[in-house]
Write a protein that binds this ligand. Structure first.
Ligand SMILES: [Zn+2]
Length: 462
């Protein structure tokens, strides 16, 4: 110490003091975060977007860890890293050593992605699994636990559903869009309308394959020869969903076409529908579809159903990203002020566009579902921007998964993103802890109850 000058000692003291203060600040920030997470863990979550099925929907499979990886978003990253897309039947035939041999290296390359870490978070919450990563050795125990739980998936689902903190999940059955039967103890029905729009330009001629919607109509005794016939049948489908307590409509069409829907006059659409569909140009086919979508929006206003719309990034192995650009929906928000448009998934990589629409229009809502899984950091930044720009009664959360483990991981990720952003805003002096908790409660529960009219469903009386 005698070799140090007075100034150096002062400098060291200042450094030690400021490090202490920084640690204290980190501690305070950490305390806010922990307090918000504890609060979130008590919320009975209304999850506005899921795709759950039961094991029997997949045939007679012997479920283990590889099956859950196949049905998760992680599969997409494995393929992106150079691995193989292992379909469910193949997953059934491989032992874990063989599985690791094929995809172990690619799995390892995914250890940084949000698709990977949110999936792991589900096992950390529900299983006896504390590791950050899957390894060649730890997957054996884990897979054995999956195998045991999946001998009675319904019982396991019930246990995990409550342990994770869910009260209700919105069910978008894209694989069987006209199946209105589901267990209302867990699920609320969503009407997936893609086929109603996409098949409207495919009226079959003699000898043509009959598209699903025309076939369903024929089976029910309706021939859809004119546009009016077609719309009448669409209204019958609406009635079927209304009778089964539907809570909203879902547009997932960005997977198949662009989200710009031109306003086409009825006379023009009717004349185009009368043409043999084989003779329609691409542009004409789009016009029929656009007309039908506008018609459907008017029905959602009449039946008071919000419309969820997939925007931005698309799941699967390659597609036209620009189809889902949020800005394309600007005209609909203007033209239908009484419709309620819910933008799903943030619209990555155009999150600023959906946030701007949410700010400009009282009838545009923002749903965080899937965004924290696509990129956790993008979700943090976007949510911070949403809080700057959009009132918090317009923001929801959903999971967007097929099985309870991944839905649970999504919820854990969702809570951590919201808590991180809110804690930082408390620290910056922008929020009190009380209001931050109120915002948390609104995002994970209260907003869905009021916008989707769930009071009766949840047995609430006002
Ligand atoms: Zn989805």
């Amino acid at each position: 110490m005698r070799f140090l000058s007075k100034q150096t000692i002062c400098l060291f003291s200042a450094l030690i003091l400021s490090c202490g203060l920084l640690n204290q600040c980190d501690q305070v920030k950490n305390n806010y975060y922990q307090s918000l997470i504890s609060f979130a863990d008590e919320i009975k979550v209304i999850d506005t977007h899921e795709h759950h099925g039961w094991t029997e929907d997949y045939g007679d499979l012997h479920f283990r860890l590889p099956h859950l990886i196949t049905e998760s978003y992680l599969m997409q990253d494995i393929v992106c890293a150079g691995g193989q897309w292992i379909v469910m039947d193949r997953a059934d035939s491989l032992n874990l050593e063989e599985y690791w041999e094929i995809n172990g290296k690619s799995l390892d390359y995914c250890r940084g992605t949000s698709f990977y870490s949110h999936f792991v978070a589900g096992f950390q919450k529900l299983y006896d699994f504390d590791d950050l990563y899957f390894t060649e050795s730890n997957i054996h125990d884990l897979s054995a636990q999956v195998e045991e739980n999946y001998t009675n998936y319904r019982s396991w689902f019930d246990e995990a559903f409550h342990k994770a903190g869910f009260e209700l999940m919105f069910m978008d059955r894209w694989r069987e869009p006209f199946n209105t039967k589901m267990d209302e103890k867990y699920f609320a029905l969503v009407f997936r309308i893609d086929i109603l729009v996409l098949h409207s330009s495919l009226k079959p001629g003699k000898g043509d394959n009959i598209p699903e919607i025309f076939k369903r109509a024929l089976d029910a005794g309706y021939e859809l020869n004119t546009l009016d016939d077609y719309l009448d049948y669409c209204d019958k489908l609406f009635q079927m969903y209304l009778e089964n307590n539907v809570v909203c409509v879902k547009n997932g069409m960005a997977y198949f076409r662009s989200l710009d829907y031109e306003d086409v006059p009825y006379e023009e659409a009717r004349a185009l529908f009368d043409k043999p569909s084989a003779e329609l140009t691409k542009q004409e086919a789009k016009k029929i579809q656009d007309f039908v979508y506008h018609w459907l929006i008017q029905k959602t206003i009449k039946y008071q159903l919000p419309i969820q719309i997939h925007i931005g990034f698309l799941a699967g192995a390659g597609n036209w990203l620009e189809n889902g650009k949020p800005m394309k929906l600007n005209n609909l928000a203007i033209e239908y002020p009484k419709a309620r448009f819910v933008m799903l998934h943030g619209g990555f990589p155009w999150t600023g566009e959906s946030i701007s629409l949410g700010k400009m229009f009282s009838n545009v809502y923002l749903d965080l579902s899937w965004l924290p899984q696509i990129s956790r950091q993008e979700a943090v930044q976007s949510l911070d921007e949403m809080f700057d720009a959009v009132p918090y009664n317009k923001i929801f959360w959903g999971g967007d998964c097929d099985f309870i483990e991944e839905a649970t991981g999504s919820l854990e990720f969702g809570k951590s993103v919201v808590a991180e952003v809110l804690a930082a805003r408390i620290k910056r002096g922008l929020l009190t802890e009380d209001v931050a908790k109120e915002m948390m409660l609104h995002i994970f529960r209260e907003n869905a109850i009021s916008v989707f009219n769930l009071e009766e469903k949840l047995g609430r009386t006002f």
